[in-house]
Design a protein around this ligand. Sequence first.
Ligand code: VGL
Ligand code: ZN
Length: 226
Amino acid sequence: MDIVLQETALLEIDPQNDFCPAYASGTGRTYPGGALAVNRGDEVIEPLNALAARIAQGGGRVIATADWHPRGHISFASSHPGRKTGDSLDLPGVKGQILWPDHCVQGTWGAAFHEKLDLEPVNLILRKGARVGLDSYSAFFENDRTSSTGLEGYLRGLGIKTLIIGGLATDYCVFYTVLDARRLGFTVFVPEDAVRGVGQPEGSVEQALKTMAEAGVVFKKPGELL
Ligand code: VGL
Ligand code: ZN
């Protein structure tokens, strides 16, 4: 397969502590596991690092995104008395916003990137979901589906045509980012070893994989890409 690395960007979606299980931190602290830990979520870090190094060497770009919510964020169940995690709510401009446990609160350890994520090859860190009244699963558009994060302009300004998208979680932030990328006309590869899903509600990962495939995403087995 011919991927022109100078026209390629890797999107590392939300490889943050709150989406990862417990691990022993190198700074002598044991991280108890994230508020929204994805089963084996930390397994995406190594494949992402390998891809990032390769893409950076070849003249491509690497973008890491971070879910970055203020306290009291509208996506937190705790912000809606009487509601619980997993409930879904129609908000002005956003139908079916799912309510989550408090997670990725700005400046907290949970919002920090996983310690093993190699930030050296990363060109841009894009923070999203930072407005208290609006969530953002996609790295391109917030959940009102119209507010841009600026990522499209950044990529177009660099002549990027192909995106390799991995990270967390397959059925939420990766899913919405991938679908927006396809709609915007980018060629999209998803390395299977570099994504993990939440799986709530049940079947959401399978549904997400199917919908992404139908949208023209090319899934790659370990070692098949680059
Ligand atoms: C995510 C749920 C809530 C994700 C972010 O990164 O997939 N999921 N916020
Ligand atoms: Zn979030």
